[in-house]
Design a protein around this ligand. Structure first.
Ligand code: PEP
Ligand code: MN
Length: 343
């Protein structure tokens, strides 16, 4: 349920209403939007009559039921207003959210060695990316495939950050690695394969770094938003959703089916920022630019693009990685008249 307060409601009154709600066994959360202050209520509200809450204060405009099973993640919970995830980086704050300039995250699938990560970081920064991505811990289908360099790759990401000032996004696969990853990462990635690893979701929800939640390979939109709800419910409000393609019947020509239709659906259902990853979404570098442009045209707030200085030699995901030159070209195309990077 949410309590929508009239504009100009005094702070003491907001506090009084919140305290009253606690005595009813509910958890109130104050959400300050651009236009309105809303109090979100989580708990057993099914039997509650909204009119009883309405009577508590003359400052209450109305009381609405949140119909979706994902409460905090729902658009209704913020009375229709989008949320922003502000990430401090050495180069300044980067804002993810509706109506903000599109944020581009780029870099290799895996951090392979110092020279490749530094070179990639410098090139993607020069092209306009705000974050460097790169896996230190890699979720691979085969236990015999390259698993990532682990801790030593975190040091290389730290070196790339120090050199370029780019923010760092890297994946957490195991809660045991969380603390050391959070020392370097500005945003923690939860990969598709862990989207429903509920203990991991609770752990990243209980720490302060923003979380990039990739869609599970066969996850419905509702399952995905319920996974986001785990993180929000554990106390971390900074969640970015990332569509990265889902498993459908075609495996011949595309690795996954990039669900661009999810963008307007998410926009309707949730206030959270939306990222699209056309690299994993298609599996082939030649299809990435078209899908990146389409994602921005459809309203994505951010893009994740795999870039490798020598894709043919990449230790993972080379086929879907752009070269730095191809990435430059894409970034220029994204500045064009169809999709502006500063909407
Ligand atoms: C990745 O970002 O390199 C990755 C493994 O992504 P996903 O979890 O979407 O497969
Ligand atoms: Mn990858």
């Amino acid at each position: 349920m949410i309590i929508v307060l009239k504009s100009g409601t005094p702070t003491e009154e907001i506090e009084r209403v919140s305290t009253e709600m606690r005595t009813w066994g509910l958890t109130p959360e104050k959400i300050v939007g651009k236009h309105k202050v809303v109090i979100g209520l989580v708990g057993e509200t099914a039997e509650l009559d909204p009119l009883r809450i309405q009577e508590i204060s003359p400052w209450i405009e109305h009381v609405l039921r949140v119909e979706q099973p994902f409460k905090r993640a729902s658009r209704e919970y913020r009375h229709g207003e989008p949320s922003e995830v502000v990430v401090p980086t050495p180069n300044g704050d980067v804002v993810f959210g509706e109506g903000q300039p599109v944020v581009v995250v780029a870099g290799p699938c895996s951090v392979e060695n110092e020279s490749m990560i530094i070179e990639t970081a410098q090139r993607v920064k020069a092209a306009g990316a705000k974050f460097l991505r790169g896996g230190a811990y890699k979720p691979r289908t085969s236990p015999y495939a390259f698993q990532g360099h682990g801790e030593s790759a975190l040091d290389l990401l730290a070196a790339a950050k120090a050199k370029t000032g780019l923010g760092i996004i890297t994946e957490v696969m195991d809660a045991a690695d969380l603390e050391k990853i959070a020392e370097v990462a500005d945003v923690l990635q939860i990969g598709a394969r862990n989207m429903q690893n509920f203990s991991l979701l609770k752990r990243v929800g209980a720490q302060p770094k923003p979380v990039l939640l990739k869609r599970g390979m066969s996850a419905t939109i509702e399952e995905w938003l319920m996974a986001a709800e785990y993180i929000l419910a554990a106390g971390n409000p900074n969640v970015i959703l990332c569509e990265r393609g889902i498993r459908t019947f075609d495996r011949e020509y595309t690795r996954n089916t990039l669900d661009l239709g999810a963008i307007p659906v998410l926009r309707k259902l949730t206030h959270l920022p939306i990222m699209v990853d056309p690299s994993h979404g298609t599996g082939w570098a030649e299809f990435v630019p078209a899908m990146a442009k389409a994602a921005v045209a459809a309203g994505a707030d951010a893009l994740m693009i795999e870039v490798h200085p020598n894709p043919a030699k990449a230790l993972s995901d080379g086929a879907q990685s752009l070269t730095p030159d191809q990435f430059d070209e894409l970034m220029q195309a994204l500045q064009g008249p169809l999709v502006s990077l500063s909407r």
